[in-house]
Ligand binder design. Sequence first.
Ligand SMILES: NC(=O)c1ccc[n+]([C@@H]2O[C@H](COP(=O)([O-])OP(=O)(O)OC[C@H]3O[C@@H](n4cnc5c(N)ncnc54)[C@H](O)[C@@H]3O)[C@@H](O)[C@H]2O)c1
Length: 393
Amino acid sequence: MLGTGLIGMFYTMALHGQRSRDRVVNVYSRNSERAREFAQKWGADSWTSDMDEAIQNPDSDVVIVALPNFLHKEAILKTVKAGKAVLCTKPLAMNGKEAKEILEAVEKAGVFHGYLEDLVYTPKTLKSLAAVKDGALGRILWTRSREAHPGPHSDWFWDPKQSGGGAIIDMGCHCIEIGRNFIGKDVRPVEVMCWAETQVKPIEAEDHALGWIKYANGAISQFEVSWNYRGGMDLRDEVSGTEGSLRLDHFLRTGFEMYTSGNRDSYVAEKAETEEGWVFPVGDEVVALGYIDMFTDMFNAMENGEEPMETFYDGYVVNCIMDACYRSAKSKQWEPVSLDLWRGREAEEDQKQYNEYDERHYLIKEERLPDGRKKVILKHKESGEVSEKLIGS
Ligand SMILES: NC(=O)c1ccc[n+]([C@@H]2O[C@H](COP(=O)([O-])OP(=O)(O)OC[C@H]3O[C@@H](n4cnc5c(N)ncnc54)[C@H](O)[C@@H]3O)[C@@H](O)[C@H]2O)c1
């Protein structure tokens, strides 16, 4: 486990949770005291403040990169050299160019690689994806994903030289990949429009951004990310299709609410801003945020010689989409997504299918009125005339 910060801890909790047979055997932190404390707390066999030593440790067969964004490439390339499987947290890289170098290195070496995008693995998301795949929502037209909280917990996130950007690279990567999963990862992201501003914080990066990604099949994916949002961590998704829609709330409003006078110091949930009054705990964050299902998929895939649901190729596509977002925020124009490596479908069939009402008309819409009658709105196939008809008395 490279990194003993917030995500290193959540990953270790997921790996060591319940009766798991997967173990963190060796821990790297640049501070050896911190590495020792972490290893002892979580039952890892050894620790080190030397990254090379950690990667080459003969007891481990997988290296997990849980370090700040600017260190992902270095850590992954060292792991590739050691010939070990590598799992990397989000974002894969600082930008698309770096992500491509990483992808090419792992593929050339033939090492197993997994992109740790936990939010597509939450139990709610997995069930929603299965329903969407099964056609429950028809053709997907629109996805909307939001991650907003009062800002990250460590200095390096706030410095774009170390993080690669602001709220977009930190949280937009989650939202974008959630949208891709619902729309279809083989559908090409074509262009993006993005607004990004530094509204509140004294930093050289955006602390708030909204963006829209157009896909080759006509679907649109919207993301909303903010480091200025007050009241906790707001994680929500919506998906809308020709036959249905769904909404997911992963944090804050999950049906668990508690009132407390604040008579003790206690952890409520990640980025909760208050420990008194009405608070919104999360039953099991490690499960709710998808870490358990994510590692299960990663290790099952590894053992079965298959690809996990999220690979470094996905991380590369997400980085390229974010690059286009940064260009659009500057130019204030739709910007093309530049993907040197595209492995999905090239051309999209026209998926529009109008509902037939009768031989001469298409059905635009029908609705039951408060008086019990039904109204249908029709379009004449030849003249194009739009009309309405009341059914019932
Ligand atoms: N849901 C998620 O998937 C999720 C959530 C949080 C963070 N992350 C990602 O995990 C990575 C780490 O984030 P975090 O929240 O754990 O950060 P953190 O600041 O809590 O921990 C970072 C770790 O890296 C170490 N570190 C910092 N600077 C270093 C340096 N210059 N050299 C060597 N080690 C250094 C720190 O000591 C610490 O162990 C980031 O890429 C972040 O985007 C993912």
